[in-house]
Design a protein around this ligand. Structure first.
Ligand code: FO1
Length: 324
């Protein structure tokens, strides 16, 4: 029983977001899933537009992903990067040759005047991706981090400096004046379920919610809204979430993550180990399900997705009863 949802919207960024998207795509009927992707991680390299969160979704949902690292193209080579290194260019971001192909094509299409959402839709269609992938906006939004080494862009902090500089402030530059991509707003308007992936709330989900119109429409929509915690026992499944939360003076707990989504969630899925958080969240009025959050491979992602859909079905019924 997976709730019979026909128009599911997933907010996602990073590797955890793409894994959840893959699980939902496997669990849902074809055409039922739209993933709204973070663009705050985007960056220009060598004059090319690189969109890591969008691309991780594209590669994962079209079975091109390098599963050992969770990003990039499987069996990719680095000949272009070797040339760039020989010529003295900075090469800290590992862009593979096949990956470069996508960045060249996207930058070319952008220069021709195509929108980012149209370009992503075209790539998803050409590659047979198992869900619609929509960048949150066609405009420029960039996550900036104020660190003990000054303001930094996301990729130089995350990849270039391996998250070492301590972060005191986050900004989603451009978000406040950005318009949601038309296809993102349309997907939310027709959604019968909105899901929040177990992505980093500060780096992946909040840059999406910072775009005026997107938070609002999720706040007001009648569809059930269900999130999955990215933390297990106060530790991030992958990436720097717990460290970042501590740097910013936020408790690194599942409870605190749910708190970031206050007013946007009807239900939250936590790990079976996080019993205290589950109780506290239930006491605050949120529906809570506890299960094994670790997805592992595609089968594990599908298992979590089916549990999410079943839980959302119950949340939906409870919500209808409440609405009377
Ligand atoms: N992550 C790394 O840790 N090191 C890399 O060199 C790296 C290169 C890279 C190239 C293309 C791409 O789409 C993603 C890449 N990532 C790399 C992952 C990326 O930094 C993260 O997935 C996200 O931006 C965080 O959500």
């Amino acid at each position: 029983m997976t709730g019979d949802f026909q128009h599911v919207v997933l907010l996602a960024g990073g590797v955890g977001g793409a894994r959840m998207a893959e699980g939902l795509a496997r669990a849902l009927p074809a055409g039922a899933l739209t993933v709204i992707a973070n663009v705050g991680d985007d960056e220009e390299f060598y004059g090319l537009r690189v969109c890591p969160d969008v691309d991780t979704l594209l590669y994962t949902l079209s079975d091109r992903i390098d599963r050992s690292q969770g990003w990039g193209v499987a069996y990719d080579t680095v000949k272009a990067l070797d040339v760039l290194r020989d010529l003295g260019a900075p090469v800290w971001m590992k862009l593979g040759d096949a990956d470069f192909g996508l960045h060249i094509w996207r930058s070319w299409r952008l220069a021709e005047g195509a929108s980012l959402s149209a370009i992503v839709a075209e790539a998803a269609r050409q590659w047979g991706a198992r869900a619609d992938i929509v960048p949150a906006t066609d405009e420029r939004v960039r996550t900036k981090l104020n660190t003990d080494e000054g303001w930094m862009d996301f990729q130089p902090w995350f990849v270039g400096r391996r998250c070492i500089p301590k972060v005191s402030e986050l900004r989603y530059e451009g978000a406040e004046s950005a318009k949601p991509a038309v296809s993102a707003s349309a997907a939310i308007a027709s959604a019968d379920l909105i899901a929040f992936a177990p992505s980093n709330p500060l780096l992946s989900i909040e840059p999406i919610l910072a775009i005026p119109g997107l938070r609002d429409s999720i706040e007001k929509c009648r569809a059930p809204r269900v999130g999955v915690s990215p933390l297990i026992g106060g530790k991030a499944v992958k990436g720097p979430l717990a460290r970042l939360m501590q740097d910013l003076g936020i408790e690194a707990t599942t409870r605190a993550v749910a708190g970031r989504y206050a007013g946007l969630l009807d239900g939250f899925i936590v790990d079976t180990g996080d019993v205290e958080d589950a109780e506290a969240l239930r006491a605050s009025g949120l529906a809570v399900a506890a299960t094994e959050i670790l997805m592992g491979g595609p089968e594990g992602a599908e298992r979590l997705a089916r549990e999410l859909l079943a839980f959302a079905g119950k949340v939906a019924i409870a919500g209808e009863r409440r609405r009377g």
